[in-house]
Ligand binder design. Structure first.
Ligand code: SAH
Length: 206
């Protein structure tokens, strides 16, 4: 996976490569998918959701230009895999999941694996995590139609965000954003396909 999917496609950040080498991806997929865990594609993780393709995880992580002292917010914990990759690189990872069962499983799994620097919350990530802000980086792994304003507000000066944006069932664009002295600098980096960012209480009922 590392050689053929990550390095061959141009990922250079050694922190990202080492993290992807270290985190056992097969722990994060359902048991009947274990054999496919290192395939070059996303995989179902239940409730119609997916764990992203390894290359996309690496690309988004690299794009955030992370440092060991950073605190990062993730929206869409899903399986917890992306959070684990981040936690290998940075000081603290805060991750929000709107579907309680997925979030609960991710939290248990990450605890069992011994991660002490990942904090999982069940809730609507659209609003971010104001009590823990500001964040040096924000990564969104579900696609809203527009970039949620609260997430921009919760970035530090110099903070980075990577987020897929697009209409429901339409083309989504992966956007890299940087906050610089109150200014927002945005760059479209590639077309992607993520599950939609959903809103509302119905997902939060156990
Ligand atoms: N990063 C995950 C991939 C998750 S797929 C991993 O590494 O496995 C996207 C996730 O976003 C889904 O689990 C979905 O339930 C969640 N999601 C969708 N809308 C959300 C919202 N408003 N707030 C938080 N999570 C949301």
């Amino acid at each position: 996976m590392i050689t053929n999917q990550i390095v061959a496609r141009g990922i250079k950040d050694i922190q990202v490569i080492e993290a992807m080498r270290k985190v056992p991806r097969h722990f994060f997929v359902p048991e009947n998918r274990r054999e496919s865990a290192y395939d070059d594609r996303p995989l179902p993780i239940g409730e119609g959701q997916t764990i992203s393709q390894p290359y996309i995880v690496a690309f988004m992580t690299e794009a955030l230009d992370l440092s060991p002292e950073d605190r990062v917010l993730e929206i869409g914990a899903g399986s917890g895999y992306q959070a684990a990759i981040l936690a290998e690189i940075v000081r603290e990872v805060y991750t929000i999941e709107i579907r309680p069962k997925l979030g609960g499983t991710a939290q248990e799994r990450l605890e069992e694996m011994g991660y002490k620097n990942i904090f999982v919350k069940i809730g609507d990530g659209y609003k971010g995590w104001p009590e823990k802000a500001p964040f040096h980086a924000v990564i969104v792994t579900c696609a809203p139609e527009k970039i949620p304003r609260p997430l921009i507000d919760q970035l530090t000066d110099g903070g980075r965000m990577i987020i897929p944006v697009g209409e429901k069932r339409g083309i989504q664009m992966l956007v890299l954003l940087r906050k610089e002295k109150g200014m927002i600098i945005k760059k479209a980096v590639m077309d992607v396909l993520f599950v939609p960012m959903v809103k509302g209480e119905k997902f939060m009922v156990r």
